[in-house]
Design a protein around this ligand. Structure first.
Ligand code: NAP
Length: 314
């Protein structure tokens, strides 16, 4: 029997147990054990850990880790808290997660595209009034971040006829999507986006990136969807742009502080839709299959999955 694989998380016990059961089914030759049940020898032997928002103190009690596999896609917390540790950090890359996110981006892009916030307001005022229809082929959706999730979203939107423009750090090529990179590329993407979607990770470079200068550069009455990370949007600048009527509406799934505090003014803002970080939940079954595949490959061939770049922060 190979050494134990610790499952290190700050999840509720029941959810942690569920993860351990599903992962153990995928990895019948491995012994996957929650941190609290590890012996001193287990801790010393462990080379791989599977993690879900782990407590850094517990990770530091596993001195011989070669790599850790997160069951989430976002890694800013792991990089921030464990970035100086010598082991590799592997994040979840799951086509099912990308499909789920693309579906959410499509849903909320259509919500903005078909003027649903305005019709909801009109209904409240018993107002029967047609807003002129604009075809998807006349509507451009800009996507900031053309990674696993952004690319899937861009392709789905392009597939139903939206004009799609995407921006990333390195230049990308995606069928039926105009792709841009660099500072000029950001300015061009923003200036063309009737709906701007952020699927950027949170890094030193992206924190506060979507600020007043971006809102000033968006077409009049543009909408914003933030499904990446809260602090990428300068929230006070956003509220000002909405209050001034420069932007029409914002759909926010992610926030600086989560859960969004009950006293936050964002809850009551007419032009903001608040979602409780639900655009793309991890699917336990598909995620476990991917984690298992990566661990088997490592055990059999010594191949480590692609690890997060500490330098880039994602
Ligand atoms: P990813 O594959 O790492 O893609 C990140 C994209 O952002 C890449 O295209 C990258 O450019 C680009 N990027 C990063 N820094 C940049 C910068 N400074 N300037 C321009 N572009 C930059 O990540 P992913 O799997 O698509 O996930 C994206 C984010 O979604 C995650 O980090 C997480 O925060 C969030 N997320 C949210 C939910 C939710 O439910 N709300 C669920 C899962 C994930 P390159 O292609 O050139 O590297």
């Amino acid at each position: 029997m190979s050494e134990v694989i610790p499952f290190v998380s700050q999840l509720e016990l029941k959810e942690e147990q569920e993860w351990i059961e599903v992962l153990s089914r995928q990895l019948p030759k491995e012994r996957i054990v929650g941190f609290s049940a590890l012996t001193a020898a287990d801790k010393k032997d462990a080379k791989i850990a599977i993690v879900a928002n782990p407590n850094p103190d517990e990770i530091s009690q596993l001195p011989n880790l070669v790599w850790i596999h997160s069951v989430w896609a976002g890694v800013e917390r792991l990089v921030g808290e464990l970035g100086d540790q010598p082991f590799g950090i592997v994040r979840l890359i799951d086509p099912e997660l990308a499909r789920t996110m693309a579906e959410a981006v499509l849903a909320w892009s259509l919500y903005l595209h078909r003027d649903m916030p305005a019709y909801a307001r009109q209904q409240k005022n018993r107002q029967w009034k047609e807003i002129p229809y604009r075809s998807v082929s006349n509507r451009t959706v800009g996507i900031l971040g053309l990674g696993e999730l952004g690319t899937a979203a861009a392709q789905l939107l392009a597939g139903i006829g939206f004009k799609v423009i995407g921006w990333s750090r390195s230049q990308k090529q995606v069928d039926n999507v105009i792709t841009k990179s660099g500072e000029d590329g950001l300015a061009e993407t923003v200036s063309r986006s009737d709906i701007l979607v952020s699927l950027l990770p949170l890094t030193d470079q992206t924190r506060g990136l979507i600020d007043k200068s971006v809102f000033d550069n968006l077409p009049d009455q543009a909408g914003l969807i933030n499904f990446g990370r809260g602090p990428v949007v300068a929230i006070e600048d956003l509220v000002r742009a909405l209050d001034q009527g420069r932007l029409s509406h914002a759909v926010l799934d992610v926030f600086e502080q989560e859960p969004l505090p009950t006293e936050s003014a964002l809850w009551d803002h007419d032009a903001i839709t608040v979602l409780p970080h639900i655009s793309a939940p991890t699917n336990m079954k598909t995620a476990s299959e991917i984690v298992a595949r990566n661990i088997v490959l490592y055990r059999q061939k010594g191949i480590l999955p692609v690890t997060v770049s500490r330098k880039l922060g994602y």
